[in-house]
Ligand binder design. Sequence first.
Ligand code: IPM
Ligand code: MN
Length: 385
Amino acid sequence: MAEAVRVLKVVSEATGAVFEFDELPFGGAAVDLAGDPLPAATERACLESDAVLLGAVGGPRWEDEPAARRPEAGLLRLRERLGVFANLRPVRLGRGLRRQSPLRDEVLTTGVDVLIVRELTGGLYYGDRGSRRDRTGVRAFDTLVYTDAEVERIVRLAFDLARRRRRRVAEFDKSNVLETSRLWRRVTAEVASEYDDVGVELYYVDNGFLQFVRDPARFDVVVTENTFGDLLSDLGAAVVGSLGVLPSASLGEEGTPGIFEPVHGSAPDIAGRGIANPIGAVLSAAMMLRYAFGMEREAQAVEDAVDEVLEHGPWTADLAPPGVEPVGTSAVGSALAGIVRRRLAASPAPAAGWPPNDGIRYWLAGDHGFRPVFADDELPPGVAK
Ligand code: IPM
Ligand code: MN
């Protein structure tokens, strides 16, 4: 997170945009400090902010805490409080990652560029759960619930995003078994019928995972429910060879703060040693520039810097090629900051009306990043207001 903030400070110096950072306890640190993974003051500050940049939570130290005091419980509550139902997890195989992937070269020649759109505030994560002992032993349960409205808003977003990419949506479900999945499939088919220009494929999730590994290039946007999306994003990380490089954006209704966090966990085995890969966090900050602040040019500069470092180094231990000495977290952060500074100096921001996020309705994904849709823009046919 420190390296993400360092890169944001460079963006600030280069552009004159002022970021006010408010650092707040959350997760394990907050359990230690206040006995609550999401203290009321942290929650309030998040609700009052323009965006939340979040570090990974969890660790063996808090594993024996009661469920409500586990760091993960704080994360689930924060997502719920901010209403961030749409979790965007781009999985891209940059040139520098190719040798990192466990997949064979011929599978990768066609490239990997998938946007996982994971529903984030429903399903198993938020259903009734419990555990009790009866005559037969211990009985534990979790409940998987979705409403058609919850499914529709995320599926619609997936189609809107696909329109600005390669115009293909895949939906993963388990409709051969689960009732909620039958709802997902029906709603997806209904939404799809409004998007003649976007192709849709409905997969049973087990088969979808198989195809994802066998031929990742066939996927553009994958939309799926909370739990399947959690699993799929780690699979996506495996396909590109490192969990340390994947960012995410969790977005809710227009005008509410989003959460920007790396997909990876807290890696307790290497915590505190200064060797973690900061790229997932830095790319999450780039997503924040894009989605929260409308700073497309700056987001792009950060992403380009990451591509450059992935290709030419320096690399942390998870990415260093055989025979190349790995560097620590801050060396990668400093390399990224230097490149971002150079790139932003080379193409100065337009002076007037900047930052250009006034009146932006939302962002649509394109072949080369995202573009803003302004409130008075003509919407593409079929896109709901
Ligand atoms: C993720 C994480 C979280 C999740 C955990 C930490 C609760 O695995 O963001 O993918 O399951 O959503
Ligand atoms: Mn996960």
